[in-house]
Design a protein around this ligand. Structure first.
Ligand SMILES: N[C@@H](CCC(=O)N[C@@H](CS)C(=O)NCC(=O)O)C(=O)O
Length: 224
């Protein structure tokens, strides 16, 4: 059967980028449908009526949303270059750390990026604590998945981009090579991997977007 795969994404979505990476790593042919989050298409609302967010993967006309769930789906349907570990305990651990990345690491780094003063200080301390846990997870490994990029590397891949943005906008290193040597090496290995590096959103456009988000956050905080 010929497979029809479409991916609804925006130019910058870090969540959609996970799906792009997985599709590329598995060599799955797909078509991109670019969405504008400020003016969502009827199709996006139809395919993801619950969250109304990208990414949405459409496989032979059937939609799947939530990036981590899409990764699992791709892994189940397309067996080549498996993303999740074969061992059930390792698989559970990969899911655990991916959830930790989304629920703990991402919000703390996000707040550290957009805030200032005391709020930024607190968020940074929290982020460093979380990053230390990821550093410990990398001990003895090149990638979180082992010798090759896997599910958890893809799930945490947003960190590469945000780390660069952070350094440029806040003028200091979030993932400091001295404090987090394994995580720093992972950031480089991951972002330099051929399939990964071909898919980064345009850097300057991304920096502008984050500067605008930072300004908006600070204006909102100062008016409340
Ligand atoms: N948990 C979701 C998060 C997806 C998400 O937040 N997508 C953003 C773009 S990066 C979005 O579509 N936002 C639209 C909105 O919040 O209305 C996932 O992993 O797919």
């Amino acid at each position: 059967m010929s497979e029809v795969v479409k991916l609804f994404k925006t130019w910058s979505s870090a969540f959609a980028l996970r799906v792009v990476w997985a599709l590329q790593l598995k060599g799955i042919k797909y078509e991109c449908v670019l969405e504008d989050i400020s003016n969502k298409s009827d199709l996006l609302l139809q395919y993801n009526p619950v969250y109304k967010k990208v990414p949405v993967l459409l496989h032979n006309g059937r939609p799947i949303s939530e990036s981590l769930i899409i990764l699992e789906y791709l892994d189940e349907i397309w067996k080549q270059n498996p993303l999740l570990p074969q061992d059930p305990h390792e698989r559970a651990m990969a899911r655990f750390w991916a959830k930790f990345g989304d629920e703990k690491v991402m919000p703390s780094i996000w707040t550290a990026l957009v805030s200032e003063g005391k709020e930024q200080e607190v968020a940074l301390a929290e982020a460093s604590d979380h990053l230390q846990k990821l550093e410990d997870e990398l001990r003895g490994k090149k990638f979180f998945a082992g010798d090759n990029i896997g599910y958890l590397d893809i799930a945490l891949g947003w960190l590469t981009n945000l780390n660069r943005v952070f350094e440029e906008i806040c003028s200091f290193k979030l993932v400091d090579g001295e404090r987090f040597p394994l995580l720093s090496a992972w950031l480089e290995e991951f972002s330099d991997a051929p399939v990964i590096k071909d898919c980064w959103p345009p850097h300057d456009k991304l920096i502008h977007k984050y500067i605008a988000l930072r300004q908006a956050y600070q204006e909102k905080s100062s008016s409340t």
